[in-house]
Design a protein around this ligand. Structure first.
Ligand SMILES: NC(=O)c1ccc[n+]([C@@H]2O[C@H](COP(=O)([O-])OP(=O)(O)OC[C@H]3O[C@@H](n4cnc5c(N)ncnc54)[C@H](O)[C@@H]3O)[C@@H](O)[C@H]2O)c1
Length: 356
């Protein structure tokens, strides 16, 4: 918060929230919004997980979108999640507009249980909503010694290579590998997540060069222009191709919308009918979990002892989690303002949760 003192000198008071208070605040907001305890727990955990891992674009700073979603009727916290088709190896789930987090949590757990029986399973979803960070769901698998693979589509952000009209989503992919330490990758197939543009816009900050184009197809570092334009795919044709394939596996394959027909994942202001695919693989049905972990560790130690010193996927998330647990999450002025407004509307005192 900025306090104005004598001689008009502005003093910044650092505001923070710790993990315990963030979870409490999220649960209280969800309870006041009428979300049942089980679903509130899942949404709160998924949101906290984003902040813990340093993906603040998908944490507390994104939470107002879910409120918009509930208020506009685009998210139905009581929507009945229906199994439309099921075999030993697959399931097709209709999320019925429930929270994307709840649909994803249940679908990934279903894939895990199936994989434990037969080695590999895939669960697809339609009629779902934005689910936050993708890695939260592959983490569910690795906690049970299972490899987790998650992909999803979103409303368009990526234009076809060389074009300017966004037609493909930021289509994230997360893969988690069970191991003694956290091993995972979690990323958008766009050069950056759209959430990071929304976060930069909220803070009034520019975005790095080389990530996005404005509506005329020119490079821009202005997040608002980029949000009206398009985000480049990561790695040019490679990210474009991967985003394209994910759109098909999470659209046509699972009975969800795809391309321009996916709406409202960014702000939950429209019903989106987005889709996801959750795949679980049990290493026990291959070489066995112990052998798999041993060989994976051997490979990682070869990476770690290579010169110059480097990190491996998953290290950043582990470091960010440690950092958050020690220092808490910084609450900038714009986020404080936004949260205060939400809390006032729900008769919650934001200052009960924030340290100044
Ligand atoms: N729900 C949705 O619709 C949706 C859509 C897009 C993105 N997202 C989420 O947005 C978040 C941010 O996505 P992003 O693409 O901007 O992520 P990012 O570019 O910040 O990171 C991508 C991945 O690379 C890893 N990484 C970064 N630097 C590394 C290095 N030097 N060595 C090894 N690994 C490294 C990160 O730990 C992470 O796993 C993700 O959690 C993603 O799931 C969600």
């Amino acid at each position: 918060m900025v306090l104005t003192i004598k001689k008009n000198v502005e003093v910044c008071v650092l505001m923070k929230i710790n993990a315990e208070n963030e979870k409490k605040l999220l649960l209280e907001m969800l309870e006041k919004l009428g979300v049942n305890e089980e679903n509130a727990e899942i949404v709160a955990e998924a949101t906290l997980n984003a902040d813990l891992k340093g993906f603040t674009s998908h944490g507390l700073g994104r939470f107002h979108n879910y409120i918009t979603g509930i208020e506009s009727g685009n998210i139905d916290p009581n929507g009945e999640i229906i199994i439309e088709k099921e075999t030993e190896a697959i399931a097709l789930i209709n999320g019925n507009n429930n929270f994307g987090q709840v649909v994803a949590y249940k679908s990934m757990n279903m894939a895990i249980e199936k994989a434990k029986k037969i080695g590999i399973a895939a669960v697809g979803t339609n009629n779902s909503n934005h689910f936050g960070v993708t890695g939260f769901y592959s983490d569910l698998a690795i906690k049970k010694g299972i490899i987790g693979f998650v992909i999803a589509n979103t409303e368009p952000a990526i234009a076809p290579l060389g074009g300017k009209e966004p037609i493909i989503g930021t289509n994230p992919i997360a893969i988690g590998i069970p191991g003694d330490k956290y091993i995972a990758v979690d990323m958008a197939t766009s050069a950056t997540a759209r959430g990071k543009l929304l976060e930069s816009s909220r803070k009034g900050e520019k975005i790095p060069e080389g990530l996005a184009l404005d509506g005329d197809g020119n490079p821009t570092t202005d997040p608002d222009k980029a949000l009206k334009g398009s985000i480049l795919p990561f790695g040019q044709h490679k990210g474009y191709s991967l985003a394209f394939i994910i759109e098909i596996l999470t659209g046509p394959l699972v009975g969800a919308a795809y391309g321009k027909h996916v709406t409202g994942t960014a702000t939950c202001t429209k019903n989106c009918n987005k889709g996801d695919l959750f795949v679980a693989i049990d290493p026990n049905k291959f070489v066995g979990i112990d052998e798999f972990k041993k060989e994976t560790e051997k490979f990682i130690s070869e990476l770690r002892t290579s010169e110059p010193k480097t990190i491996v996927p998953g290290d950043i998330e582990r470091m960010k989690i440690d950092d958050f647990r020690k220092k808490g999450l910084n609450i900038d002025k714009s986020l404080y303002k936004r949260l205060s407004k939400i809390c006032d509307g729900l008769d919650i005192d934001i200052n009960d949760f924030i340290e100044k």
